[in-house]
Design a protein around this ligand. Structure first.
Ligand code: NAI
Ligand code: MG
Length: 355
């Protein structure tokens, strides 16, 4: 099989970890006889520096002509003082919207050998395997108006807006995943306060009638934040609004030991996907060869699974990650006391060798 992949390294550690995805794919290609061709383009701060635009047209066009997209991360203090429509993060929101990537899948899987990297008690973090399904192109991050008001700009407004169709498609996606997983779906909202959440809940109940095999529960987001770290094993598929999903997934990363362990897949309705780690550009460690590349590497496995239906190949990456962790290799974020501390580049090389 031959595939063209657009690679958008972005900023900060994004540029360091993205090599993890391309290196393991090359190893997969060699082992299984596939050809992956990578073409690079700028997004975020790197694109602002080059062309004053966080999402240049060439970048978007390259993505549209590719079979899938890898993205590192965007942002950093260098661009923090820019007005919000010009910031690197705007490039990220724009690419999600322009490509129609409404379904963001964030698997949270605890690796046994990392049980002691998690701040949670081992008996709580053990055997966790859940999937956060975050709506990615609507909600509070996209609603209009979003602005400062009044002469002095001392009133601010953001808007949480959804159409019925936008909610229906993400809920359907979540049910489809629940069916092939453990047939349990938790819908997270704030229906005791927000009108948007009340419609969200209505739609979940309507769809639930079409999937009688799936056990459905509704949970307020504040309670979900608590239960996610006190009883994470109670969750299987979790579906939620854009902002809620953003926050809950960083929280959930602590079950696995580090934000540097969480991959993600952002999908359209017809199988096109962008794959990126859940974390950001980590300016505090960027440039020091310290970032954990596993989130990006595991995102490559998600690409093989969701975009190309190459199951065995995807498992070869997941298994390589597991073997390398079992062998005791750790980047500094994984509380490596007693284990072998390695840098980003070494970790990438070791995982690729294991594939
Ligand atoms: P962050 O996710 O970049 O970092 C949060 C903390 O986790 C930091 O202490 C960082 O060192 C650590 N961390 C993150 N990834 C890691 C990795 N792979 N290995 C080891 N440690 C890791 O979030 P932060 O610091 O709030 O934001 C930094 C910049 O990134 C901001 O400009 C923000 O807007 C942007 N951002 C971009 C995202 C994206 O491109 N998808 C997502 C989140 C934030
Ligand atoms: Mg986030």
């Amino acid at each position: 099989m031959k595939k063209n992949i657009a690679v958008l390294p972005g900023d900060g550690v994004g540029r360091e970890v993205v090599k993890g995805a391309t290196a393991v794919l090359e190893a997969v290609g060699q082992r299984f006889g596939h050809e992956f061709e990578f073409e690079y383009a700028n997004i975020g701060g790197a694109a602002i520096d080059e062309s004053n635009n966080p999402l240049p047209n060439e970048t978007l066009e390259l993505c549209k002509q590719s079979d899938a997209v890898f993205l590192g991360a965007v942002g950093g203090p260098k661009w923090d003082s820019l007005p919000s429509h010009m910031r690197p993060e705007r490039g990220l929101l724009a690419i999600r919207k322009e490509l129609g990537l409404f379904a963001n899948l964030r698997p949270v899987i605890g690796f046994h050998s990392l049980l002691h990297s998690s701040p949670l008690k081992p008996e709580i973090a053990e055997n966790v395997n859940l999937m956060i399904v975050r709506e990615l192109t609507g909600g509070l991050y996209f609603g209009k108006p979003s602005e400062r008001r009044g002469e002095s700009g001392e009133t601010v407004v953001d808007t949480l807006q959804y159409t019925r169709q936008e909610i229906e498609r993400i809920i359907e996606k979540a049910f489809e995943l629940a069916i092939i997983r453990n047939k349990k779906l938790t819908s997270v909202d704030k229906a005791n306060v927000l009108e948007s959440s009340r419609m969200w809940r209505e739609i979940v109940n309507e769809k639930a009638a079409l999937y009688p095999q799936v056990e459905v529960e509704h949970m307020y987001v504040d309670a979900a934040a608590m239960k996610l770290i006190s009883r994470p094993k109670d969750f299987d598929v979790v579906v939620t609004e854009n902002l809620f999903g953003d926050i809950l997934s960083d929280e959930a990363s602590m079950i696995t030991g580090s934000l540097g362990m969480l991959p993600s897949a952002s999908l359209t309705g017809d199988g096109f996907g962008l794959y990126e780690p859940v974390h950001g550009s980590a300016p505090d460690i960027a440039g020091f060869n310290k970032a954990n590349p596993m989130a990006m590497i595991l995102s490559a496995a998600l690409m093989l699974k969701y975009s190309f239906n190459l199951r065995e190949e995807a498992e070869s990456i997941e298994q390589a990650v597991q073997e390398v962790l079992n062998a005791g290799y750790r980047t500094p974020d994984l509380q490596p006391n007693g284990n072998m501390v390695v840098g980003t580049e070494e970790m990438i090389e070791i995982v690729a060798q294991h594939v």
